[in-house]
Design a protein around this ligand. Structure first.
Ligand code: NAD
Length: 318
């Protein structure tokens, strides 16, 4: 395993992190016993960063992860979130930050978090996130309940503005640095670097577009993006290669991200994904895929409050 420091936190995180949303059946029904084995295998292979949320499986992912981590909590760094509880149920109030943490700690069977994040801030009110949510999280940091605080979301300009205004340690961005979209590098990374704020990059497989199985029905990307992804997957298959491996190599190679979160619940996925660590994309394969994706590269979608969307965002498909 290779480790990088998360901003100025002093946390050394594995460059591949365990995304636990599939444990909440977010991508379809899973075998929960296998999900537990996937967590154990990930720890054995040196993955030390685990990301979850009360939203994933409406608390199910936290409960499963908490049970799987029993006896191994001290070996890993645990990150969960606050503020999002369902598709359209949000509460970023200071009061809810406190109760949410207590509930998450119970489900996760621990008494502290390494990272606590406001989840999908584009659905909240920016002034509240900066003036109420983050300060409430910082109080919990003072009390030693959480070691570091951050925010997560999709629109890059909003994440940048909040990073420049609120006292946060890290930002989680998803679907904005992978084979389909690299806007993260231009829009958010220069500011984070200057501020010394840590970056977690999520969804290197573009939430399954860059896999043989393809996008789940709820995927918000436009039909053109999904279709370009499909063509790239097929082209890789014809070259005798698996696009997921290339996609992961591409993301893990990106040094500004301390860790790249891949959603995992299956043992073979953990095995294959860990094997990618330390390898680089084949230049010819990479060029072939980028050529196919070029017409839709950096296409992003509207999510959350429309006024917080990035200027070039197009309406979501689902
Ligand atoms: P992803 O791009 O990591 O794709 C996950 C999907 O790919 C799952 O269906 C998984 O089974 C499959 N997969 C994993 N490895 C594979 C392989 N080798 N071959 C084929 N398929 C494979 O998307 P994601 O899960 O949405 O993102 C990763 C994690 O990042 C999440 O689990 C979550 O923890 C975090 N995240 C956070 C936010 C947020 O806070 N707003 C948003 C998105 C993701």
């Amino acid at each position: 395993m290779i480790y990088r420091e998360l901003g100025k936190t002093g946390l050394n995180v594995s460059i591949i992190g365990f995304g636990a949303s599939p444990l909440g059946h977010e991508f379809g029904t899973i075998d929960e016993a296998e999900g537990t084995r996937a967590v154990h295998l990930a720890i054995d292979k040196g993955i030390n960063y685990f990301d979850v949320s009360p939203y994933y499986g409406r608390t199910l992912a936290e409960s499963l992860l908490g049970a799987a981590l029993k006896g191994q909590r001290q070996q890993i760094l645990l990150a969960t979130k606050t503020g999002r509880y369902d598709m359209d149920r949000f509460d970023f109030s200071a009061r809810r930050v406190v109760t949410s943490l207590e509930e998450s700690l119970k489900r996760l069977q621990t008494d502290y978090l390494d990272v606590f994040q406001a989840h999908d801030i584009e659905f909240g009110d920016k002034a509240q996130i900066i003036g109420e949510t983050v300060p409430a999280m910082l109080k919990l940091k003072e009390h030693g309940k959480v070691r570091f605080v951050g925010v997560t979301g999709y629109p890059l300009h909003l994440l940048k503005e909040v990073a420049e205004t609120a006292e946060i340690d890290m930002v989680l961005s998803y679907c904005r640095y992978n084979l389909m979209d690299t806007a993260l590098d231009q829009v958010l990374v220069p500011a984070l670097r200057q501020l010394g704020i840590g970056l977690v990059n999520a969804s290197p497989l573009h939430m399954r577009i860059l896999t043989a199985k393809g996008a789940p029905p709820w995927h918000p990307a436009s039909e053109a993006v999904v279709e370009a992804g499909r063509r790239a997957v097929d082209w890789c298959t014809r070259q005798g290669t698996d696009i997921s491996e290339l996609a992961l190599q591409f993301a893990l190679d990106y040094a500004p991200a301390a860790t790249t979160l891949v959603g995992m619940s299956k043992v073979p996925h953990v095995e294959r994904n860990v094997q990618v660590v330390g390898s680089r994309p084949d230049p010819e394969l990479l060029q072939g895929v980028l050529e196919i994706i070029k017409p839709v590269a950096d296409t992003c979608w509207v999510v959350g409050r429309p006024e917080y969307s990035d200027p070039e965002a197009v309406p979501a498909r689902a």
